[in-house]
Structure formats: structure tokens, C-alpha cells
Design a protein around this ligand. Sequence first.
Ligand code: ADE
Ligand code: ZN
Length: 335
Amino acid sequence: MPLPKAELHLHIEGTLEPELAFALAARNGVTLPYKDTEELRRAYLFQDLQSFLDLYYGLMAVLHTEDDFADLADAYLARAAEQGVRHAEIFFDPQAHTSRGVPLGTVVEGLARALDAGEERYGVSTRLIMCFLRDESAESAMETLQAAQPYLHRITGVGLDSAEAGHPPSKFREVYEAAAALGLRKVAHAGEEGPSAYIREALDILGVERIDHGLRCMEDPDLVARLARERIPLTLCPLSNVRLRAVDVLAEHPLPRMMAEGLLCTVNSDDPAYFGGYVGDNFRAVHEALGLGEEQLRELARNSFVASFLEDDEERRGRLLTEVEAYEFEAAGAE
Ligand code: ADE
Ligand code: ZN
């Protein structure tokens, strides 16, 4: 049995495996610019975040109907549950769909249907976090927030993703104020490719509760001290950082140093279909490449529930935390 954990940094569109992409393409009469799944997989050699995003947005052309979004989410939950995920806070990118003529309602209803069924079927509780594309305008983000009003009972929070460099959090101040006024929780990607100053902006200008990635805080000792003091969770994604070349090799990932600094770190998969593994694979990878031992893996699992937005179900959070403390690692002891 794998270590129980929450996944807090997961783009549902980033779980689109090549096999499902081709199946949906056939179902919807979409022609993909790849001969087969092998050729598509061979394209997963990224130079940086932008080269990944180009492929990621391109492949979304196969997603059209409520059923497509439901199938996508169901496939994720099945794989995540196998790797010990008991709670998942799932990002989606509305603008990447509405810009292709897919209504927001189709996206939310399709995802929500699979998540509701999945809670029963896989024992995974979920929340949805709607992300704004930071390389689109603030006006477009505000329109997206307005369009989401009929679905707010399904949406727990807002996030900020896509191409980071040159798109500082401060661009979205008003949108985040409006989101908070609607009772939404707030997170943002910061310090993945962008500078540590973007992490400060996300905290001070947007008022976010968690930082997604946050890797580059390590260039700023005062910021590290603040993040540790204020117990701001960081949702790290080690395999993603290697594939998008934020770090050269996994063995050089700063996760152990970040934990030693007292940062509230979590480990997540980001876009598992593209980056070589789901969250349990990320746990195994940091165990093997970084030498994190059982108690450090337990700390990461504990942090994932502490940092989750389970305030509306403290009983479940408490139960899951108890399971983490009671977990007995097997001899191989990884995930
Ligand atoms: N969208 C999907 N994955 C992302 C990532 N790693 N960074 C920014 N935007 C993303
Ligand atoms: Zn991400």
C-alpha cells in the first residue's frame, strides 16, 4: 500500500496521456499532427516551459465535450488513487478551452461529474482550482472570473499559470481582489522560471495562501526565512523541474535544502502525462535521487494534507493525517 498523500499541484489537462488523446481525436474527428502515440511521445523533449506549453495547448484540440473532460478526470483519479492520492486539488485552464469555442460549463460540468463519481469509486476527495493564463490579459482573466459565477459552488479557488517570465503577479491584482470577494481561495505559480520577486508579489499583492513551485526562493535568503516563518506551503514538482530544465538533473534539486530550511514543502506531479510520472513516481524519484528517507517522505505527505484546502472537512483531514503517522514503509520504502 502506498503512502497516503494529497496532490495540490496538478493540471488536469496535463494528465492527457497519448492513448487517450488519440482516442478522443478519433471520437471528435480531430486530426493530430502525429502519426501515433509513439511519435507523440517522442515530441516530449522540452527545452523550457514555453516549448512544453506549445505542445500542451496544441493537444487540447481533442477535448470538446463534457464526456471528454469526464474521461480525462476519471483516468487521472484512477492513476492517482493507485499511487496513494487520497485528496487532490485540481487545476484547470478555462481560457485554453473557451478560446477554442468550448463553453466553460462544458469543462466544469464534465470534470465535476467525474470527480463526484470518483470520490465514491476511488476514495479520493477533490477540489477544483480555476487558473488564469498569465500570458493573456488581465481583462481576459476578469471575464473568465465573471463567466465562472454560475459554477462557483464547484470551484474552490483561483490560480495563475502559463508562461511566467515577463508576466508578474501584479498584473492580476484586481482579478485576485475580485476572486477573494467571491470567497475563492488563492494560489499562484511563482518562481518556476520567473524571479523570486514574483513570489513576493504573489504573497504581497495577490495575497496567495500557497505558492506553486516557488523553487527560485532559494536565491533570496530573506524570502526563504519569511516563507518558513509564515508557514507558506510550496507545491514543488521535481520531475517537472527536470523536464522543463529548471534544474539540470534531479540529484541537484534543492528539495532537501528547502526542507532543511524549514520550508513547508509538498511534492506533486504538475503535468504527469508529459513529465514522466504521477505523484507517487515523484516521491520515488526524490527518495532514489535525493536520498530522502522515510521520515522525510512522511513529512512531505503530512505537509500535503496540512497545506490542503480541507478546512471545510477537518474531520477528513484529521483522519488522513492519522493515516500518514501510522503508515509503515515496506522494505523498498519509496512512495
Ligand atoms: N501549465 C501547465 N503546467 C504548467 C507549468 N509547469 N507552469 C506554468 N504553467 C503551466
Ligand atoms: Zn503547474
